[in-house]
Design a protein around this ligand. Sequence first.
Ligand code: ADP
Ligand code: ADP
Length: 228
Amino acid sequence: MIRFEHVTKRYDDGTTAVDDLSFEVARGELVTLVGPSGCGKTTTMKMVNRLIEPTAGRILLDGDDVSAVDPVELRRRIGYVIQQVGLFPHRTVLDNTATVPHLLGVKRARARERAAELLDLVGLDPAVFGDRYPDQLSGGQRQRVGVARALAADPPVLLMDEPFGAVDPVVRERLQNEFLRLQQSVRKTVLFVTHDIEEAVRLGDRIAVFGQGRIEQFDTPSTVLGAP
Ligand code: ADP
Ligand code: ADP
């Protein structure tokens, strides 16, 4: 589903952030990218939706070289959630969730109906939270809206970059559990970046352990934990 073939990214200042990376994520698989700050996780992720272009190599999405896919089409196929979800401040929670599918051509009423379902799915009762504005939410609730919004266009692929990194440990654990439950029902192909090995192990079907620009180990949680 997502396939990296000898992908390298060198920034203009000469930093090699990603170095000849090859790996594959299967359809419906959740792969966590874990490793210390600065080892190339975010760069890797952003090359999938073309926020960053590789210096060499290619990335295939369902067989298509992403460098040949129109960015608007990519947005339809890939949902993206980051640590500080940027919600539209002057739109309600329901509108924040319904806007993207509406822009992509879904009728307004249908987009709002679907948004309400998605809010429910991420644990926010639309009757309670739908009409609130982002500044009337807790951090954990904002991240939930971010996840709902990323799912709104029903993309087969989700990219998540430390989505639960900015909330306290208790809320983080709750969000992780909810996300696992959600993933069981929606079965997206997910790349999930974290610097927290516990989070990587809890969520990942497989874990890509990053060192400087490379994957040092790529295996199931039990094997990664059992390794010397
Ligand atoms: P991580 O997500 O693992 O923290 P990043 O992918 O953000 O790592 O960064 C990998 C390396 O690339 C780091 O050394 C970082 O400083 C460098 N880097 C990231 N973005 C840029 C940029 N725009 N220009 C130059 N170097 C960058
Ligand atoms: P979470 O566990 O989802 O992060 P918090 O413990 O941070 O929630 O917040 C507790 C409650 O306070 C939540 O139900 C949230 O709706 C409410 N809340 C937080 N910030 C605000 C705000 N600015 N205005 C109204 N309600 C708020």
